[in-house]
Design a protein around this ligand. Structure first.
Ligand code: GDP
Ligand code: IMO
Ligand code: MG
Length: 432
């Protein structure tokens, strides 16, 4: 009997989950996504090529490993088909090693229209959603009217589809006179809908499974399973910077409901953070930098969305938020990403505490948008290149001091340090 290990983001997403899942996949038999959907953009780089995945788990490039899209994930068949075409063009045969839960909910074209309409109605208060239909599709799931992947096999599928679509169109009609001018993937609703309905054929080529049995049976047989998170803990629906969050539980507990594994089966939890911090979309971000330093992080870190190309907001690492995420997730191993982005900085700041109402605290307040002052500790930069360094001991002393400061403040050991987007540039601090 094995446990299931977890890998997830501790900040506001884009920590580098795709790279590390791909890197760790040789140690596992199965990689499973448990929440989120095409709002995710996970980048992998190896052999000089970059790959971006949205719904498909980041173990897919290892042909002998199995990948699962769990029940907690939202599947958009159109985006799924596009990813599959991309993988096939790279000589992969994903029907052999990708399995999809019948209980995963579907994102309909009209969910995307609703997402656009909701964001438009919010005006300046908009969440900055990826407009992939995530909020409306999870809303329907909770409202018990959603459609699931297994439904596409039913004889009355098209009736079920039309019923939900028409309910959405009636709602859209009442919300926005102009809704039929919204474009999806640069297409009108009906043009896109036709393509979406056709893309169901690609979904049907895959084995649609009861992923909870698949995974629990694998664990019983002693197989090693890694659950791959999407988004980040500060975007969690319950504990993130609500309402500027996504609509799923991005934290470890999401693995239990999103894959059907018991809490007692959770093994190691790899929590990823950048050596600094970024956020894309609206919402509070206490350590955000609006100056040259923020711009320097954005430029060197190439902080532009993997899928949307949107510019990411940048700032220093925020330890009150990181500690909160470690607590919520039960992180056993920290993974520090993009340390190379700090190579050129003479001074690096770490936010260790917030000051709220003139009192210092390490606790996250109810609203992160409240007036928060920040207490920073300053660390000396290493000002050097990390190319070719493959062992922790060979890293510059100042870099090790910085890593050890993160360990001291979080109480969690750093297991892995990433020094470039490439799979190869990954340093173990402890044995995995
Ligand atoms: P994810 O959503 O958590 O998988 O992360 P993204 O793929 O959205 O964003 C992470 C970005 O940082 C991608 O462009 C990666 O190629 C890149 N990246 C990952 N690790 C490193 C690293 O150690 N150094 C640098 N410079 N870039 C990295
Ligand atoms: P990965 O898995 C970064 C953000 C959006 C928006 C908010 C809600 O690549 O780390 P949604 O489309 O879910 O309704 O958007 O959450 N967001 C992400 N930010 N990385 C992601 O995924 C994200 N997925 C959603 O920008 O602020
Ligand atoms: Mg991303």
């Amino acid at each position: 009997m094995s446990n299931i290990d977890v890998l997830l983001g501790l900040q506001w997403g884009d920590e580098g989950k795709g790279k590390i899942v791909d890197f760790l996949t040789p140690n596992y038999d199965i990689i499973a996504r448990f929440q989120g959907g095409p709002n995710a953009g996970h980048t992998l780089e190896f052999e000089g090529t970059k790959h971006v995945l949205n719904i498909i788990p980041s173990g897919i490039f290892h042909k002998e490993k199995q990948n699962i899209i769990g029940n907690g994930v939202l599947v958009d068949p159109f985006i799924f088909e596009r990813e599959i075409i991309g993988l096939r063009s790279k000589n992969l045969t994903p029907t052999k090693n990708l399995f999809i839960s019948k209980k995963a909910h579907l994102i309909l074209p009209s969910h995307r229209m609703l997402d656009a309409s909701n964001e438009k109605a919010k005006g300046k208060q908009k969440i900055g959603s990826t407009l992939k239909g995530i909020g409306p599709a999870y809303t329907d799931k909770v409202a018990r009217i959603g459609l699931r992947v297994g439904d596409i096999l039913k004889n009355n599928w098209i009736e079920l589809y039309n019923e939900l679509k028409n309910a959405h169109l009636r709602l859209l009609n009442s919300l926005d006179d102009n809704f039929d001018s919204f474009l999806i993937e640069n297409m009108s609703f009906y043009e896109y809908e036709e393509k979406w309905l056709n893309s169901l054929n690609t979904l049907k080529e895959f084995e649609l499974i009861d992923s909870e049995y698949f995974i629990n049976n694998a664990l019983k047989e002693g197989k090693k399973v890694l659950a791959e998170g999407a988004q980040g803990s500060m975007l969690d629906i319950d504990f993130g910077s609500y309402p500027f969050v996504t609509s799923s539980n991005t934290i470890t507990s999401g693995v239990c409901s999103g894959l059907g594994v018991a809490p007692s089966k959770i093994g190691r939890v790899f929590g990823l953070c950048k050596a600094y911090c970024t956020r894309v979309g609206s919402g509070p971000f206490p350590t955000e930098l609006f100056d040259q330093t923020g711009e320097k992080l954005r430029q060197i870190g190439r902080e532009y969305g993997s899928t949307t190309g949107r510019s990411r907001r940048c700032g220093w690492i925020d330890l009150p938020a990181l500690n909160y995420a470690c607590m919520l997730n039960g992180v056993t191993d920290l993974v520090v990403m993009k340390i190379d982005v700090l190579n050129d900085f003479s001074q690096i700041n770490i936010c260790t505490k917030y000051v709220i109402d003139e009192k210092q605290t390490s606790q996250i307040p109810y609203s992160l948008s409240d007036n928060i002052e920040l207490v920073y500790e300053q660390y000396k930069g290493w000002q050097g290149n990390l190319c070719g360094i493959s062992s922790y001991n060979d890293l510059p002393k100042e870099l090790k001091d910085y890593i050890e400061a993160i360990e001291k403040h979080t109480g969690v050991k750093v297991a892995i340090i990433s020094t470039s987007p490439d799979r190869e540039d990954t340093i173990f601090k402890v044995n995995i």
